[in-house]
Design a protein around this ligand. Structure first.
Ligand SMILES: [Ca+2]
Ligand SMILES: [Ca+2]
Length: 375
């Protein structure tokens, strides 16, 4: 695991390990906590790389700084694991072995806990800290393996729960937290249909998409703008690419089962890695083409209001040329600049509509021959 500050953690699994070692970029050992060989540890790193939270098997969650100094420790009634940390580090959620969800603040103070009747599989804090989604599963017959999604607000109130059916796949949140994608199953005649289900954060099921018979879902990724969903399946191996409305835009068969799938930060590239070690790299230009069209409309609107958008138009033309040349990263950058320029033609940081002199940068307004600074 690599963090923004180039601190590396080595372990037997991504998050569930029996050894934690922090290295710096030069490969020097910074810290490794002393642990019994058979001891399991859950860990997560804070997004800014400043510290890690670990769940030890003495029922504690501990936060350490990047030099291994203990910042705090909180002890619960049973073992805590499955740690999730909010994007800004304000909250730490954990699941306990006695089927409770815990929420702590950044100082390690207990905020609340909630008992579920199911074994907790996974929990995640939404990117904006507004909710915690929990996936839990029945572990006893006759409902063995049936999964429930539960969504809590920050205060620990259960807002909704939903049973997507049999299954153990993870829960995937869109980067803005608006959508929740999950693997679900439906009984069709004698067999099980494997599906992707998309919910909004209010718990409304928006759609289901059934993947090919015999395949099962290994990984799901939601694009950074929450417009597209990529799904990788196992057994045969297929990459599915859906829009937010649940329509299949394309699919591609891979030579072996897909292990993981992700979008590039701009959202135009999709990377899938497979069981046989092959890595597939896909590009989806229509996503960029759509947003070029949106900027074009924006420019037309600002022009209709009487603003001089010539410079924005020139940038958009360059963005289209870069698109034609398949230089998508450059095209995206120019497109973003063209959009900003269309809304603020004199680049003084004040949108045209609020700007008392939309064609003149507000830092340089000439009055009676003297320069007046006005923001
Ligand atoms: Ca302006
Ligand atoms: Ca101005």
């Amino acid at each position: 695991m690599v963090t923004s500050r180039n601190i590396y953690i080595s372990g037997s699994d991504e998050y569930h390990v029996n050894e934690v070692i922090l290295f710096n970029r030069e490969g020097e050992l910074i810290w490794s906590p002393e642990m019994d060989e058979d001891r399991d540890v859950w860990f997560r790193m804070f997004d800014d790389g400043s510290s890690i939270a670990t769940g030890f098997d003495d029922n504690s969650v501990r936060r350490f700084d990047q030099n291994g100094n203990l910042l705090w420790s909180y002890t619960a009634d049973s073992k805590l694991g499955g740690i999730s940390i909010s994007a800004d580090g304000s909250y730490i959620a954990a699941q306990s072995e006695n089927e409770e969800v815990y929420l702590l603040n950044r100082e390690g103070d207990f905020l609340w806990s909630y008992g579920l009747d199911n074994e907790i599989r996974e929990l995640q804090i939404s990117p904006d800290d507004s909710y915690i989604i929990v996936s839990s599963g029945d572990i006893s017959p006759p409902r063995y393996g049936y999964k429930t999604l539960s969504l809590f607000d920050q205060t620990g109130e259960l807002l909704w729960s939903y049973e997507p059916g049999y299954g153990f796949a993870d829960v995937f949140l869109s980067p803005d937290g608006s959508y929740i994608a999950v693997e679900s199953y439906s009984h069709v005649d004698e067999s099980l249909a494997h599906e992707i289900s998309l919910f909004n954060y209010k718990g409304e099921l928006l759609w289901k998409y059934e993947i090919e018979e015999g395949e099962h879902i290994r990984d799901i990724a939601v694009s950074p703008d929450s417009s597209f969903i990529a799904v990788g399946s196992g057994w045969g191996g297929t990459v599915y690419f859906l829009n937010r409305e649940g329509r299949l835009l394309w699919s591609h068969d891979t030579a072996s089962a897909v292990q993981g799938i992700s979008f590039s930060p701009g959202g135009y590239y999709i990377v899938a890695h497979c069981w046989d070690g092959e890595v597939y790299f896909f590009v989806y230009p229509p996503a960029l083409q759509n947003s070029l069209g949106e900027v074009e409309n924006l420019i037309i609107l600002e022009e209709a209001k009487g603003f001089n958008v010539a410079k924005a138009e020139r940038l958009l033309t360059q963005a289209k040329e870069a698109f034609e040349a398949r230089d998508y990263q450059i095209s995206r950058k120019l497109k973003l600049e063209a959009g900003q320029l269309a809304l603020d033609i004199d680049e003084d940081g004040v949108p045209n509509i609020d700007d008392f002199a939309p064609g003149v940068n507000n830092r340089y307004i000439y009055l009676g021959g003297s320069v007046c600074l006005a923001i």
